[in-house]
Write a protein that binds this ligand. Sequence first.
Ligand SMILES: [Zn+2]
Length: 456
Amino acid sequence: MIWKARPHVSVAPGTSRHPYFPERGNEGYWAEHYELTLDYRVGANRLRASAVVSAFATARLEAFTLDLADALRVTAVTVDGVPARFTHGRDKLRVVPARGLHEGTLFVVEVRYGGNPSPVPSRWGGLGWEQLTDGVIVASQPTGAPSWFPCNDHPGDKSTYRVTVTTGSAYAVAANGRLAARRRGASTTTWVYEQAEPMATYLASVQIGRYQVTEVAGPVPQRLLHPARLASRVRADFARQGQMIALFTELFGPYPFASYTAVVADDDLEIPVEAQGMSIFGRNHVDGRRGEERLVAHELAHQWFGNSLTLGSWSEIWLHEGFAAYAEWLWSEASGGETADTLAGRWHRRLAELPQDFPLADPGPRRLFDDRVYKRGALTLHALRRTLGDDAFFALLREWTTTYQHGTVSTAQFTRLAARHAATPLTPLFTAWLHADRLPPLPARRAGGGARRTRP
Ligand SMILES: [Zn+2]
């Protein structure tokens, strides 16, 4: 395996100035590839697994750590095929290889583990691997990945994956990437998925359920997984997803992955969640009348903003949520609903009545998923669009997604790139919108920068 250059990592793991989750991420190496083999019993919630992690040592290592939840029990660890000593506690697996590892070398650590996986606690409730009524959902953002595999749980450390899941044949299994193989045994079926594009740990996902699989052809192959009895509702609610892909491709650049899977779980979920090449909705999000279509657009937009271009520090969550929230408005505008201008005006008035007590570009871990972050992020982009005009604004978005495709990004990189598309300095605009607490007024629309007339 060849070590990939990491030109876009602006924040090395564990070294951000104000890390939101200092307990996550590990020093001294980058993960390159995860090979996860999972044998899982749905009813008993019983996991037997191995993880083979290829990593690159960025320092000489006498010992190193991986993030792994205490609920899982480790039975054996090897490094480069040689048994290694290990201890496991406080969600860290500490490995002492038989021989120290040299800086600049690749090494392979294999961890055998198992038990009853359960969500890891957080201020947002349990994160990660979670039993459904009859299946499994994995929703790890931001710190749930160690609930099901040992990893370097830092969003700036993106890797390729191969995930093999063996479980009862009554269930369908979805994971990130391409379905490379499916083998049916006596009572179980083995599913092998390969994720060729680099992926952050929190976006790694496995979905297990009694799902019907509907394939939708198109420039980007789409797959819908859902309970059979919800088929007509799901078909109706996701009917315009292909048009969304076309619109976002025009506005943001090419769809960054080989396919897209939408899973509708047979449970109610508080909110839908994105994974790489995949989104997961609850049955409460489908009504057969496109009642939650904005969420379909939102999760799809995360494939560009969040999954292909991933933050290096959780403090810059607006780079994901502000863009995905703005994509909702763009879809509304292009599909004959309210224009982005109308929506921006309304949300500006609403935000003006709410407390303005944190800067968008560093809201603090408590406010990571605060709706004000989403809406002010969208408003920031609308303010930028009004300032630049449509042509320059969308050219900027396309250059942003191509320059940093499958990379790690920061607010500073975005504002630097934006400056290259502007006739006048943008520093006052970004200072006011990103770094000050107070909500600024929306700037006047630039002459000639009217509403888009695109109608897909
Ligand atoms: Zn989102």
